[in-house]
Design a protein around this ligand. Structure first.
Ligand SMILES: Nc1nc2c(c(=O)[nH]1)N[C@@H](CN(C=O)c1ccc(C(=O)N[C@@H](CCC(=O)O)C(=O)O)cc1)CN2
Length: 291
């Protein structure tokens, strides 16, 4: 293995410590902590773990967490009524409904009901539009976390060839938008892409978000590329990413591991977005780029 390992866990821990410092300053100015409401529906074990981690992170950052749990068969209308109450609650700066939701609930309806200015997940179409058109808004946590790791590693990304494999609304599309904003030449590949190996081989930056264990082979990677693996796949062999880690690490300049790469950034960026929201809502000035 020759690639440097990009330590997302350490990066996220340092970001969380800086956020905690800024939370103290916010409380002194606003007289209240930033508040994040987290809603969990059903018993999905992975979602329950992520929600627990979010609450722990919120507490450790000095923020206030509001927790709501519903059984898997909750009517959609009940969930929407809670979202309406949270939209109106002055102590709530951020609202997050943990995904995936049970099949009888339409994720798009729930996501679109959240006030875009409290949508710290950045999933609301208004925030997707803001990102696409260069307006201030919330950017989904996982792709913003990937961008932070890339900037930390590479500095200026302008002119680099980037391939994003995966076109989901939550990761692939916003990731592509962020890289366009950084002046990368961006290709979005997906399950219908022809000759994926050749597309990947051209890229200085590879972001894999397909949800298929080890699909991106090491021999596809351009020597010296930077590889960001968003995949979290539970297999008989344990947790693996979307990239063949050993193969890619033998040719790439740098690669994120799974676990310990992109995953921890998701929660750190959620805290960051909540802190930004709190400042905007309380009209307390804040330089989010200094975080
Ligand atoms: N409303 C949302 N739902 C979901 C999101 C989201 O951003 N908002 N993202 C994912 C789940 N997720 C946070 O919610 C998340 C995923 C992974 C990690 C993480 O730290 N992963 C670890 C591995 C942990 C494990 O063993 O599973 C790692 O990669 O090191 C944190 C948060 C879907 N839903």
């Amino acid at each position: 293995m020759s690639a440097d390992i990009i330590d997302g866990k350490a990066f996220a821990a340092a970001l969380r410590a800086r956020i905690a410092g800024q939370v103290e300053t916010f409380i002194a100015a606003a007289g209240r902590p930033p508040g994040l409401a987290v809603v969990l529906v059903g018993e999905d074990p992975a979602s329950a773990v992520y929600v627990r981690s979010k609450h722990k992170a919120v507490r450790e950052a000095g923020m206030e967490g509001f927790e709501y749990r519903f059984p898997a068969d909750v009517p959609e209308a009940e969930l929407l009524a809670l979202v309406d109450r949270l939209n109106a609650d002055v102590n709530v700066d951020g609202i997050l409904v943990q995904l995936p939701l049970p099949a009888h609930i339409d994720e798009r309806i729930v996501t679109t009901r959240i006030d875009p200015d409290k949508d710290v997940d950045g999933f609301h179409p208004v925030n997707a539009g803001r990102l696409a058109t260069g307006l201030h808004g919330f950017v989904p946590c996982t792709p913003l976390g990937c961008l932070m790791l890339l900037r930390d590693r590479l500095g200026d990304l302008s002119g680099l060839d980037a391939v994003v494999i995966g076109r989901s609304n939550i990761v692939g599309k916003p990731m592509a938008q962020l890289l366009i904003k950084e002046s990368c030449t961006v290709t979005v590949a997906h399950s219908r892409t022809r000759d994926l190996s050749s597309v990947v081989r051209r890229a200085d930056i590879v972001v894999a978000a397909v949800g298929r264990p080890e699909m991106i082979r090491g021999e596809w990677i351009k020597p010296g590329a930077t590889v960001i693996d968003v995949g979290i796949n539970r297999t008989a062999a344990g947790l693996v990413g979307d990239v063949d880690f050993a193969g890619a690490a033998s040719v790439a300049a740098a690669i994120t591991p799974v676990p310990g790469g992109v995953g921890p950034m998701t929660i750190a960026v959620l805290l960051r977005n909540t802190l930004v929201s709190a400042h905007r809502r309380a009209q307390v000035p804040f330089d989010k780029d200094a975080l």
